[in-house]
Design a protein around this ligand. Sequence first.
Ligand code: NAD
Length: 353
Amino acid sequence: MVRITDVIHEDAEWIIQRMGEALEPLSGSTLVLTGACGFLGSYVLDVLADWNRTREEPCRIFALDNFLVGLPERVAHLKGRDDIQFVTHDVIEAYEPREPVHYILHAAGVASPMFYRQHPLETIDVNVQGTRNLLEACRTQPVRAMLHLSTSEIYGDPSADAIPTRESYRGLVSCTGPRACYDESKRLSETLCVIYHQKHGVPVKVGRPFNVYGPGQRIDDRRIVPDLMSAAIRNEPIVLLSDGRATRSFCYIRDAVWAMLLILLKGQAGEAYNLGNDREEVTMLQVAQLLQEIAGTGKPIEHRVSADPQYLSDNPQRRCPDLNKLRALADFAPQVLLREGLARTLQSYRHEV
Ligand SMILES: NC(=O)c1ccc[n+]([C@@H]2O[C@H](COP(=O)([O-])OP(=O)(O)OC[C@H]3O[C@@H](n4cnc5c(N)ncnc54)[C@H](O)[C@@H]3O)[C@@H](O)[C@H]2O)c1
């Protein structure tokens, strides 16, 4: 059973206070949100739903999803509201809006390696054809801004001298490996955004999230944080399917969604921005140890070998964003360190089950 938790409402309140007037352009506008039942999309929906409660002229939201991996129950608490229309729609089909659209936030995708390995062609389709359809929609609509969510995975496995990684880094990516359906189609999606901006003046901005985690993510999503949380909640040993030495810079979702809204509303069209947390680059083992301590279960950390022989193929050894471009754009600094973010996430999962 997944349900909205107090943690998300508290986070939403924080974002609303912190962004203040910066959200004002959304008043009275119409926004199309794709992937509205997914991890990032549903959280954006919760933030905007809470913001709308304070507005005379709310933002009207068309919340699209095809439920390939998103769960409808994640947003069930928002059904029946006048300001949010849920639309079952696969974005690989052309989208005909029912009213003029001012903003598009394209969060549809297949982000978890477990799911994109199960659905490689759908992953390519949503990233390439889905993005193209939304860029086409921008040409016929009075769109002020579109945010396309790409990924830090477009950088592949950067060399040590490219850490922290800037937007100008071209990447070291396999075009045929087990992650290629995701990484390469995201790369092409960015090419499409640049072409539509240059050729048709589409006001599209690209965000490249780095390892976001937090409340609202499916606990069976098989990304590392929900996997560890699942073990902690069940009081089982924490299992790492690696030697635990690879690093990531995990970004709590409140910081990520704050950055996404800043890029949507203030970003320069045709540009890509890293979004994440540059304050801590930690090993997988450190994440597991921290969670072990926070959860206080006393269960050990075990290293096992995945049944999938390609589980670790092309796995990036390090991930850390350079956020200078985003900082130059707006007053952004990630606030939530891993200890606090994991504690909030665990609290949220404990309320769900
Ligand atoms: N969460 C992260 O850490 C992270 C990191 C980098 C990039 N991203 C990108 O951000 C976006 C959102 O990520 P997320 O973690 O919320 O992903 P998610 O997998 O949790 O959710 C994506 C949502 O998109 C929906 N979807 C998939 N294909 C669709 C289609 N063809 N038409 C309509 N809906 C479709 C899914 O059903 C799901 O609800 C994705 O594009 C992802 O690649 C996320």
